[in-house]
Design a protein around this ligand. Sequence first.
Ligand code: SF4
Ligand code: SF4
Length: 358
Amino acid sequence: MPSLAERLRRSAALARAVLRARRGPFDPFKLTWILTERCSLTCRSCHLWAGDPEAGPDLEEIEAVLRANPQLTWLNLSGGDLVERPDAPGIMERVARLGRDLALVDFPTAGLDTAATLACVRPLLESDIPRVYVTVSLDGPDAVHDRVRGQAGAARSARRTLRALQALRRPGFRAVAGMTLSRHNLPEQFDPDDAGADATLDGWLPDEVDPADLHLNLAHHSGHYYKNHASVVPPIGPALALLDRVQRRTPTSLSPLALIERRYWSLARRFLTHGDVGGGCGALRASVFLAANGTLYPCSIFDRPLGRLADVGHALRRIPELPGAREALGLVERRACPQCWSPCEAFPTLLLGLGRVR
Ligand code: SF4
Ligand code: SF4
């Protein structure tokens, strides 16, 4: 657990990194890193499982990336389900040891294996990283989750893992349920004037999860990452109704994360109704996406490869040397990309002060 001095030092490093990103591109403070495409589930809203999923970088390459980027302050480690990697605790041990300035590390899991998830998070909890967040995916009541995720009993396992994580006590650690709103877990129609509307909305939520511990997310289309189709997007009316319901039942908090999350959702309402948030995006400035095969992309959505990180010595600050970097940045800045409001990039965008409605 970090001392107060270490927490302050790393928070200051994050603040400086945000300022650097405001001044210019290609010095991202957040890396979204896909450590494997493998996963035991067969979700309807993500088709990573359908092709030939990448195993992901080995420990040697992971160390190389971490050593080449000591300036990173925020790591979002993802998959597939990285917890399923047998060496996941070893990965986290390296993250904890080599991420000198890391102020925040977060990762999602389907929560199928409670013991493996606890083993994975332990090195982070014992580290000097001030904030560690784990999201356990839960897409609705058990029957809905199991149908959407393609495995009977998946929800029960996820809820067990969430409970085990929430029993851990460590300042700066938080485990929440992540519900991805898509056309697969929300009905097409919803009548808010119906006498039983509230009960109907409650019936869409995961069983036994406190709304304060529930983080909603919007399903997106991504050819290079999820390998899914545009038809995953949630129906607007039901998504807005559910969002209202969850927000009404979530206690007000003035924590920085809660404030950013509120801003995220006020713009998400605009995204749901208009298809964009009307503001700039921090991809390639605040954040960048590293695929499981070592290829960099501006973000999780835009299928515009920049090149291979290994070709620039794994150093993110050398991204401008990659063949596709400057053109991709131009497209992002002109908003000539698919346009999305994916939280992976939206949260860093909001930290950067972008995402404002024009
Ligand atoms: S959404 Fe997550 S759990 Fe589902 S198939 Fe994709 S990687 Fe696996
Ligand atoms: S708006 Fe979305 S798709 Fe476009 S660059 Fe930003 S994160 Fe990527």
